[in-house]
Every structure is written in structure tokens, then in C-alpha cells.
Design a protein around this ligand. Sequence first.
Ligand code: MLC
Ligand code: AMP
Length: 521
Amino acid sequence: MTQEHTSRGPTPANENLFAALVAAFPADRSACAVETETGLQYSWQDLLDATAMVANLLQSLGLEPGARIAVQVEKSVEALILYLATLRAGLVYLPLNTAYQSAEMAYFIDDAKPAVVVCSGRNFGWISKMAFLAGTAHVFTLNEDRTGSLLDRAAQYSRNHIVAKRSADDLAAIIYTSGTTGRSKGAMLSHGNLLSNARVLQTYWGWRTPQQGGDVLIHALPIFHVHGLFVAIHGALINGSKMLWMAKFDPKAVLQAMPRATVFMGVPTLYVRLLAEPGLTREAVRNMRLFISGSAPMLIETFNDWQQRTGHAILERYGMSETVMLTSNPCLPADGERIGGTVGRPLPGVQLRVQDEDGCAVPVGEIGGIEVKGPNVFKGYWNMPEKTAQEFTADGFFKTGDVGRVDANDYVTIVGRSKDLIISGGYNVYPAEIEGYINALPGVAESAVVGVPDADFGEVGVAVVIAKPGAVLDPAAIIAQLKATLANFKIPKRCFVVPELPRNAMGKVQKNLLRSQYQAV
Ligand code: MLC
Ligand code: AMP
């Protein structure tokens, strides 16, 4: 990075992530940067112009540094522009899954106290009411068809904008992840966290710059979690690579796009669904360079079936909202072999160790808790200093809550989780949160939610419920009530009303017994 000089001496270069992304845009700004499935093309210049206009609008609001821009909108290129404009304006992006319903949204808005909320027009009524009550000053709308007050207002602003100066430690985004106690925690990620990870992945995954023939990414993931928002978007942009942009994952559309693409990223469910397509052949993937999977464990059968059908070994990597990417199987042959069932080696710059419950390192190959340190590790949980302190060791390692082992060649295998968490289709579901809602339903004495294997989603939730004396519970009614309150991916797929839950001598519910009892349902 070059340094600017003033008469007072050198000023630090701008460490705003947006500045680094723009520096990688191709010299030919008229080339296509993003193409949608409906055939819309956005050039690199379009991205520059539109992010400038939205950044100017955001800056015109006179917000404090560190102000949060909370966004719950459907995936669109304009939503991507809003994300980039937030970085550009030096504000903090706070994406929210579109599946979240009113109770979930109320919690996030109340906790994060965003200065701006952007929602889809159809939700404006209830979200704006909630936001204004929480003290938010500005609520805009943004719809997937390029309408809404955000774009109407931004259209009045200039296409010239100087990227706000930010240091590597300044916050760029807050990503909410569910907590074991049921309370979501906002992971605070800085410009430096995101940029260091993007640069490491650019090299480690062998991204080819436009001068090297270029890569083209199929972007079919949601953009409100780190996989679609950071790993995929930063990966393409910091390499000046085009994205084929899909609002929703559709296996047929992905297959159709493959001849024009070179890189695909997905959670394991996406690979399982692609494997169900007879059109997935070696011919269909002939131009593809790299298939990457993460966010949830990939079954070895999926890895093997994919290799057999396409000739490609899927590159599995491992990460978290709190840390972005931590480990990866090799991409380039010089770095080694991709080994199915493992998540590869710690990425350059990431320190990873496996500890026992007493905080001592376990011998090579033995199982323990995974702890990590590196420039990618987050700054802490929003407004939760005690929780943050608990999750770090005295020597500054973050306790991931994942359980695994590292072999003699440094390959990491994740064998389980110490946190009571279900990962369903790449989304995290915390049983404690769902149990809290079930326990609050009339007639419910107690409940336990456990994850069971599922061919499509990898794992899905099953609820086991005890009625209060004299109450009669209907499992279908319980599911229906949950659907009215919670994000759809959190809803247990099955519910059973039983007389009692298995408990150990301490009176604790034995979830492992429930898991084996219900795994065949
Ligand atoms: C949808 N449903 C789910 C679900 N997604 N249920 C459980 N788990 C999920 N993930 C519900 C729907 O509401 C519907 O319920 C029913 O299941 C069938 O829906 P569908 O039409 O099959 O779902 P679809 O819309 O196709 O979505 C499936 C999916 C989506 C796999 C495409 O879940 C998805 O995009 N997942 C990716 C998540 C992701 O990006 N994770 C990254 C996190 S970052 P009903 O009752 O209405 O019929 C992270 C860090 C890292 O973890 O390392 O990357
Ligand atoms: P999130 O909080 O949504 O960022 O989810 C992070 C969690 O997803 C990690 O702590 C892991 O438990 C899990 N995870 C991510 N990638 C993988 C992977 N490749 N294999 C197994 N688990 C994974």
C-alpha cells in the first residue's frame, strides 16, 4: 500500500476494506462485474458509481463513527451495493437473515441500536415501528426489483465520493450468531479481520486475476452470513473477478451457469442437491476450476460421489462468524492433497491448537477443543464484554466450541461440537432458543430439541415435548405456533409429545439418548 505524505509527515494509508477491494478492480471498468440470472449486467464502473451514491446518502445523515446499518432485504445486486457502500462510508454493516420474524428482529434492533435500518417494502410497517421505538432515526426500503426509498434517495447524490478513512481495527460489520443460552451475540469484525482473510484466501485458493485468464464465481448463497457475504463476495472482488449472481440457489440454474464459470462455493446441502441432478456430468463442469464447501460438515459420501461424477475433489474449509475462515484443504497441488472428511490445514497466519478441558494441549491426533488466534479473529461480542472474556483464553486464543483433532500433517478433522448447536443446511440453530419458545407455549412443561441426521440438510431439529399435568398437546399445533414466531429454518421438522425425558443422575436431560432414539425419524 502506498503512503500519502503531508507537510506534517506520513499519514497512514486508508485501511478501509473497500479501498483494497477497489484497488483490485480491473483497469477496464466497463467490463462486467456482476451478471444476474435475469441477464442484468453491472460493470465495475456501475459498482463504483452506485456505491458512491449510496455512501453519499449514508454520510449525509450525519451518523456517528461506528453507527450500525442494519439490513434485512432479499438478495439482489443492490443489496450487495448497499453492503459495499456501508464499508465505503466507514459505517458498520449488520446483515439480518430474511427468515427472521418479528421477535427475532426486535431483539437484534434493540440490542444493536442501529442508526439506519433497511428493510423490504412489504415489511416497512412493522419494522419501521419497531426501529423508531428503539431509537433508530432512519428506515429505508430496498426491494429485490431495484425499487425502494433507499435507491430513490441515493439517486439524488453524486457519483463522486472519497472512501472514508478507516484503520484496520475499526469495525466493518457485526454478524449475529445464536448463543448457547438462546441469546444471539453480535460478532464484531474489523476491516483488518476481513481484509487479511480475503487476501490469504486469494492466494491460498489460487484465484486467477484477469491478467491470468480470470476466474468467474457462481454466487448462489445468501448474503447475510459470512459464507456468501465475505468469503464469496470478497473472494471475487479482491481478485477483480466476475460473479454470476443468483438470488436463490436452484441446482438447474447453477448447472446451466457452470460452462461460463470457474469457481463455486456452497454449503454441503447445495452439493447434495446438485448431485441429484442427472445433468451433473464431467462435461457440465468442464470449465470449472474449483468447488469449495463449508459452513457444515460434508459427508465423505458426498465428497466421493462428487469426485466420481465430476472428477473434482471438493475443497472443504472451516470457519465461523467470529473468525471468518480458519482452515482449508489445499487448492494448489504444491500445498498438498485435498482429503475428504477433513477441513484441511490452518490457513497462513492462523494459529490453531487442540486443548483438553484443563487447557493443556492434547497429543497429535487426539481429540479436544479447537482454539484459534490470528488477524482474522474478531474483536469481541457487541455489548457483551463478560461473554467475550469467557470465550478467550488468558493467552488470547478464541475457544471455537468445535471439537476436533489435528494429525501429524496438520490436517484438522472436526468430530463434534461442545456447544449445543444444530447445523441445518448451513444455518445454525441453537436448541436452547427453540426450547425457550416451546416451553412458553400453553400446556408445555418442558422440552428438548436435538439434531438428527438428514439426507438433504445434513442435520435437522426434532422437538421432544412434555405436557403439564392435565394438558393435552398436539405436535402439529406446536410446530404451527413456532412457525408463526421463528425463522423457518429453526422450526423442528418433527415434534413428539412424550411422558418424560431421559435424565442422568444429576437430573440433566440426556440429549445423546434422545438423538439416538429419534435419529431414524
Ligand atoms: C430452508 N428450510 C430449512 C433450511 N432452509 N430448514 C432447515 N434448514 C435449512 N437450512 C425450510 C424451509 O423454510 C421450508 O420449510 C423447508 O425447509 C424446505 O425449504 P426449501 O425450499 O427446500 O429450502 P430452500 O429455500 O431451497 O433453502 C435451502 C438452502 C438454504 C440450503 C438453499 O437453507 C441455504 O441457502 N442455506 C445456506 C446457508 C448459508 O449460507 N450458511 C452460511 C453460514 S456462514 P417449510 O416448512 O416452509 O416447507 C457459516 C460460517 C462458515 O456458517 O463457515 O461459512
Ligand atoms: P456460524 O456461527 O454460522 O459462523 O457457524 C460456524 C460453525 O459452523 C463452526 O463453529 C462449525 O461448527 C461449523 N462449520 C463451519 N464450517 C465447517 C466445516 N467445514 N465442517 C464442520 N463444521 C463446520
